[in-house]
Design a protein around this ligand. Structure first.
Ligand code: TRP
Length: 361
């Protein structure tokens, strides 16, 4: 069986370093590993509209931002198909049929959707489209027969829902869809990078994100203002590294070679942490080091972005080509789905024959 990757993002803002360590970096590695037959990366604009119905302009503006972020991180249109969800109408059709296989109470139990409903103050009136987006996400994944879905932890409930739909579909209509596997980042710190203010999640509205497209100065400012251990007041005080965003970022970004380059007094992060924990190591020094590490990681991304920004029409062309290729594949899956469901009347010579005979009698 072919090995196929599918993943994606809602285009509701520029991508930040949390997206990068949690997903983008891994995608590029998977793309370059040669271990996959196809890699599909979806800009999930239709899903973004499920909670931004009144703000299509936001979604429209961010499609190009996300595409630039993808390309500058090293996603390569020669190796990966980048597509725009709304341009694949087959996904809507698949969703419509999958809806018959899912109950309202099952959707109500989805923990990610639950917390999103709270965050958006949707409790009183949840848009149906938003409520059912896990079903549409199952369509995204199954349309391309994805075997592997690299995502963050918060997407686990969507993958569970997808697997349930696949099993149900296959048991009712016969083996048609492929059950996907989730692929989580292996580094614990990368699973959920906190905001620079120490809040659990980076979010545009909290103004606690470091964006991939931030200038070196902005990145530095954000890092130097990062939240640390609130009880680490004097340099001589012992500090806590657990739950300290500066150290969580180091866990996510830093490797031993960074010490050689930028902070040779320490061999590795364990030594730095030990010193911080004992006391005698100031936050500013650790933040300066983190800044060096992150700047080094972001510099090539910024450079590639500058190049891609010079020819924006070419980016739209990449998205168009990717969407066209994706639609061909989704159309093939849809026709298999319709055949399995026996709603392919005009392709079914046997059916027509059968009916003809029935009426002849
Ligand atoms: N729900 C994902 C997010 O919020 C985006 C997404 C849409 C997605 N369709 C997908 C992710 C299919 C993986 C597979 O980031």
């Amino acid at each position: 069986m072919s090995k196929i990757i599918l993943t994606g993002d809602r285009p509701t803002g520029k991508l930040h370093v949390g997206h990068y360590v949690g997903s983008l970096k891994g995608r590029v590695e998977l793309q370059n590993s040669g271990a996959y037959d196809e890699v599909f990366i979806m800009i999930a604009d239709a899903q973004a509209l499920t909670d931004n119905a009144d703000n299509p302009e936001k979604v429209r503006q961010n499609i190009i931002e996300v595409a630039l972020d993808y390309l500058s991180c090293g996603l390569d249109p020669e190796k990966a198909t980048i597509l725009i969800q709304s341009q694949i109408p087959e996904l809507c059709e698949l969703s419509f049929y999958y809806m018959n296989l899912v109950t309202v109470s099952r959707l109500q139990r989805n923990p990610t959707v639950k917390s999103e409903i709270q965050m958006r103050n949707f409790e009183a009136s949840i848009p149906v489209g938003f409520f059912t987006y896990p079903i549409s996400q199952a369509a995204d994944i199954t349309a391309f027969k994805a075997t592997t879905v690299p995502v963050g932890e918060d997407q686990l409930p969507m993958l569970e829902q997808t697997k349930e739909i696949v099993r149900k579909f296959n048991s009712v209509y016969g083996e048609t869809l492929v059950e996907p596997e989730v692929l989580l980042p292996s580094n614990q710190a990368c699973l959920r990078l906190p905001g620079t203010d120490g809040k659990a999640k980076m979010s545009k509205s909290l103004n606690n994100c470091i964006y991939l497209s931030d200038s070196p100065d902005d990145v530095k400012k954000k890092i130097m203002n990062m939240f640390t251990d609130p009880n680490h007041l004097k340099v001589s005080d012992p500090g806590r590294v657990e739950g300290n965003p500066v150290f969580i970022y180091l866990d996510a970004f830093c490797q031993d070679h960074h010490f050689e380059e930028f902070l040779p007094e320490y061999a590795n992060l364990d030594e730095l942490k030990a010193h911080y924990t004992r006391g005698g190591l100031g936050d500013v020094k650790v933040k300066r080091f983190l800044n060096e590490v992150i700047q080094e990681e972001l510099e090539p991304i910024r450079k590639r972005r500058k190049e891609y920004e010079k020819d924006i029409p070419a980016i739209y062309e990449i998205l168009k080509k990717g969407s066209e290729k994706a639609e061909e594949i989704a159309a093939k899956t849809l026709s298999e789905v319709k055949a399995a469901m026996k709603i392919n009347y005009f392709d079914d010579a046997e059916l027509i024959q059968e009916q003809a005979e029935r009426f002849r009698k």
